[in-house]
Design a binder for this molecule. Structure first.
Ligand code: ADE
Length: 233
């Protein structure tokens, strides 16, 4: 079957969102991947379909109930037959990387749990072997935007989603470095010229310039990436 994303969320209306546009949207329309939502509210308990309760031990906010989230994940995983991972979007998670996107693109799909409030009952994460993933060191209102970030980065790597023009080989992070700057016409804009070497037609010199710019940018902006790549600072 085709690669599929199963989203467990209180806000199914947030999907496909931006994933329904441009490259990922075209690929969705073309059947290169599928997106399915599982509405947590429909698993809610009691007359009011409650999904959360106060934290055990006291404290601020509300926690999503294990007896709500558990059955919702089970419903999503019925389609996985044990063949794909379950992610929980959380600022406590492992930082998301291009390598994780590549790994997900090699699976048959993914189930993504989007939290709201103070989080999800820890027993659910343990029970299903859920992987907690963060998209960065800041706190979002909920996991939906984070889930879309992970899916966008993954779906563009699926076979046939990117054309040849948008190559994944030369882009930032594919080689552990930041990409060189880009320019296009007009040659002169507001008194700023395109660097001469790019207008020279000398492809060896252009390649050398781009590599030097990539190294310069990475050293300046991302000393962490530069150290990981070269072992130097
Ligand atoms: N949910 C709230 N903040 C988040 C973050 N930084 N990454 C992933 N999921 C989140």
């Amino acid at each position: 079957g085709v690669w599929q994303a199963r989203i467990v969320t209180l806000f199914p209306d947030a999907f496909p969102g931006v994933l329904g546009l441009s490259l990922t949207g075209k690929a969705l329309q073309d059947g290169r991947w599928q997106l399915h939502t599982h509405d947590l509210r429909s698993f809610g308990v009691g007359k009011h379909r409650n999904v959360d309760d106060t934290p055990a031990g006291g404290g601020a906010g509300m926690v999503m109930r294990a007896d709500v989230v558990g059955p919702a994940i089970e419903a999503a995983q019925r389609f996985a037959r044990g063949r794909w991972p379950i992610l929980y979007m959380s600022p406590r998670g492992r930082p998301f990387t291009q390598e994780m996107a590549k790994d997900l693109a090699r699976c048959d799909g993914v189930t993504v749990l989007c939290g709201r409030f103070e989080g999800v009952d820890e027993r659910v994460l343990e029970h299903f072997g859920v992987t907690e993933v963060s998209i960065g060191d800041y706190v979002l209102t909920g996991g939906e935007i984070a889930a879309q970030t992970v899916l966008d980065a993954t779906v563009r790597l699926l076979p046939g989603v990117l054309g040849n023009v948008e190559s994944t080989v030369e882009e930032s992070h594919s080689n552990g470095l930041l990409e060189h700057p880009q320019f296009t016409r007009p040659a002169l804009w507001e008194g700023h010229a395109i660097p001469d070497v790019l207008m020279s037609g000398n492809h060896a010199e252009i390649a050398k310039w781009r590599e030097a710019e990539s190294h310069r940018l990475t050293q300046r902006r991302r000393p962490d990436l530069w150290a990981a790549k070269t072992g130097k600072d």
